[in-house]
Ligand binder design. Structure first.
Ligand code: ADP
Ligand code: ASP
Ligand code: MG
Length: 438
């Protein structure tokens, strides 16, 4: 008997029929002799709809009220799913994040999990009930409801799996696993059977929205095997783990994951996948005094506005002018606050102008084999140039190269690079079963 945490995303529970389908799947897993704990997201586009609704009332909603509002989406789906399972004759009990012991810091909208005390969930397991936990939410030390950031239900699931010492955490979504690129952009993308945590982290960190970044971080820290798969099919998905799976899980994980420790036997592929990100903007500080301490002060101000910076480039336009330009990318949602903070420090920072460009996209090519394969950047830049796409900024890590393009060029860039690296599948096209891709 295994303990399995199953997470169902919004598109998997978008209406009553979908709920019934998911309930059946949970009941089947339980009937196969396993204990099941479920984490569920809000139905369909509920979270976006709630955000739109709040936006019709105010553009300055108190952060606390926004989290209270958004947490309601997952409460609707958890209780409905528990009803659907009970109707099939299996006892199921739903829990909010707070009831499930998801403790967080006080950062509304992007709270971090600080502790997991899933006592009531553990009691349900002991009593033979299926526990259904609302994803994406927790409770702060002030007893306020918090949310973990968009896509955060994945993190709830992996954190619960870690705390309960589950055998596997299954992430059920609307595609058959993790592909070499988003199948909504590249229909010829290839499904990856197995991926190491290291590359999965880079993909998640650079826009591959299929997995929430902090979920992958948790999986790595606590060694939780992840299986990303579709709730609309019974196909094997993508197995993310650095070790082979427990053989007792046969039938629940891809056979490839049971066979060998791939890590030992197979060389890392040069390229594992391509991530794209439309959620970043670009800010350029023009003519900032080129003296020690200015960059440090600028990024202190940016950090105090709450923005997490990705790429930074500094160039000195004219020699002897004593002034430089600094360009950086940051999450769209942080742009307004950051621009205000920079403007407020105009005198202290001593710059001539600020330019803001929201129309950028970032493509990231990821693969551990890059470490030992020269020529990857040349091939990437060649593919973009053949497609007539201009590169605005570049940044690299050991296993990643990212480039900034015009937003309108991003999809073509992803397709061109995907083909240039021979990642296109020759088999049938990837299926996107549901969801709006919002
Ligand atoms: P859920 O609602 O189940 O959490 P998400 O919409 O958050 O689902 O994530 C699934 C979506 O992630 C897919 O529909 C797909 O468009 C997108 N995606 C982005 N990159 C990838 C990738 N490399 N492989 C598979 N899907 C990806
Ligand atoms: N419902 C939340 C969102 O739409 C959390 C999630 O789906 O993971 O972002
Ligand atoms: Mg998601």
């Amino acid at each position: 008997m295994a303990l399995i945490v199953q997470k169902y995303g919004g598109s998997s529970v978008s209406d009553a029929d979908a709920m019934k389908r998911v309930a059946k799947r949970i009941v089947n897993t339980r009937n196969a002799g396993h204990n099941v704990v479920v984490v569920v997201s809000a139905m369909g586009d509920t979270t976006d709809d709630l955000l739109d609704l709040a936006g019709q009332l105010t553009n300055q909603a108190p952060d606390r009220e926004m989290d209270m509002l958004l947490s309601a989406g997952e409460r609707i789906s958890m209780s409905l799913l528990a009803m659907a399972i009970n109707a099939m004759g299996v006892p199921a009990v739903s829990y909010t994040g707070a009831q499930a012991g998801v403790q967080t810091d006080k950062h509304f909208g992007k709270a971090q999990i600080t502790g997991m005390v899933p006592e009531r969930v553990a009691r349900s397991i002991r009593e033979g009930q299926v526990a259904i936990v609302a994803g994406f939410q927790g409770i702060s030390s002030d007893d306020d409801v918090t949310t973990l950031g968009r896509g955060g239900s994945d993190t709830t699931a992996v954190a619960l799996a870690a705390a309960l010492n589950a055998d596997v955490c299954e992430i059920y979504t609307d595609v058959d696993g993790l592909y070499t690129a988003d199948p909504r952009i590249v229909p010829t993308a290839r499904r990856v059977r197995q991926l190491r945590q290291e590359e999965t982290l880079e993909l998640a960190a650079h826009g591959a929205k299929i997995l929430h970044l902090r979920a992958v971080e948790f999986a790595r820290r606590y060694n939780v095997p992840l299986h990303v798969r579709s709730s609309f099919s019974t196909k094997d998905g993508t197995w993310i783990s650095n070790a082979p799976a427990n053989p007792e899980l046969k039938g629940l994980v891809p056979d490839a994951a049971l066979a060998t420790n791939q890590e030992d036997k197979v060389e890392a592929p040069v390229i594992s996948g391509i991530a794209h990100d439309r959620s970043q903007d670009k800010i350029t500080i023009v003519g900032i005094a080129d003296t020690p301490g200015k960059a440090s002060r600028l990024f202190e101000i940016v950090a105090s506005a709450g923005a997490n910076i990705d790429m930074i480039v500094q160039n000195v336009p004219t020699s002897g002018s004593g002034r430089a330009n600094i360009t950086f990318t940051l999450p769209q949602d942080d742009a307004e606050k950051t621009l205000q903070a920079i403007e407020a420090a105009r005198e202290e920072l001593d710059f001539t102008d600020v330019r803001y460009n929201p129309n950028i996209g970032i493509l990231s090519l990821i693969g551990a084999g890059m470490r030992t394969n020269p020529g990857v950047s040349a091939k990437l830049f060649g593919a973009l140039s053949n497609a007539g796409i201009n590169i605005d900024m570049i940044s690299t890590s050991e296993i990643r190269i990212s480039v900034v393009t015009k937003l309108d060029d991003l999809d073509n860039a992803v397709r061109a690079v995907h083909s240039a690296f021979g990642l296109d599948s020759t088999e049938s096209e990837a299926v996107v079963y549901g969801g709006t891709g919002r």
